[in-house]
Design a protein around this ligand. Sequence first.
Ligand SMILES: Cc1cc2nc3c(=O)[nH]c(=O)nc-3n(C[C@H](O)[C@H](O)[C@H](O)COP(=O)(O)OP(=O)(O)OC[C@H]3O[C@@H](n4cnc5c(N)ncnc54)[C@H](O)[C@@H]3O)c2cc1C
Length: 266
Amino acid sequence: MKPAPFTYSRPADWGAAVALLQSGARPVAGGQSIGPMLNLRVVQPDAVADLRHLPGFGGVALSGGLCRIGAGTTHAAIEDDAVPGRLGEILAGVARRIAYRPVRNRGTIGGSLAHADPAADWVAVLPAFRGSAVALGPGGERRIALADFVMGLMETALRPDEVLRAIELPTLPAETRWGHWKFCRKPGEFSKATACVLAVPGEVPRAVLAALDEAPLVISDASALLAAPEAEAARIANAVPGLSPWRAALARTALKRAAAMVLETA
Ligand SMILES: Cc1cc2nc3c(=O)[nH]c(=O)nc-3n(C[C@H](O)[C@H](O)[C@H](O)COP(=O)(O)OP(=O)(O)OC[C@H]3O[C@@H](n4cnc5c(N)ncnc54)[C@H](O)[C@@H]3O)c2cc1C
């Protein structure tokens, strides 16, 4: 199939991008998710706004303990160490397991988050960090905690006239421990259950359980999971409503293995 006709615009600045969204245009970043949706006519916008040429759309900047990752930064750039330090090591490890390289060359961290597929890797992992999504709308910028950004299946806290401009994450000390387990049938496939655990020295450890067809489950204090992984992983997975037994088993095992990765590096 071919997409239904639409008007194509390439805003030159962020104000023009927001104005286009206000007039009903659909933003496009890497096109890796919206492209197929347009072709299948799952979405039929009258206009699209191609964000790729906005100044600072991609790229990484460090300032005052915060790492600002432009929404248009590709998975491939993150895989290739665009983000420095321990945070960058962790993110590169996540990025290199997204799909395969041609998809990673075009797909963006912001597009993935805004798309809010519960099985997507950034959706599953970013809430583990005490960071924010930076949204820009007609009233200016606002920050949304990453733990609150994805609200459900393809549903985010972004307003229709807001564009996701950046993701801000705290930089991490070298001693930060990280566990990440993604269940998929073959490498590069969408996950059937993902868990991650982040243990930053001096902070309460956090965990996320995701890819369960709904918003990620953020465990803001994962101390119990690290103290008793077997029992706690079972308790958490069993409490997710509506999971079939095999998905619950994957969720439990993903959590247990992510916790084990953190404990092994203690
Ligand atoms: C074959 C294939 C395999 C894949 N496998 C995986 C996988 O294993 N794991 C995984 O995580 N992903 C996977 N993906 C998805 C891929 O990671 C996409 O890059 C991602 O989902 C969307 O990013 P994008 O930049 O292409 O966004 P687009 O497709 O351009 O946009 C996606 C959605 O987000 C909106 N949007 C985009 N950018 C913004 C913005 N800055 N502000 C507001 N709204 C915005 C668009 O309007 C659209 O609704 C796969 C894709 C393909 C084609």
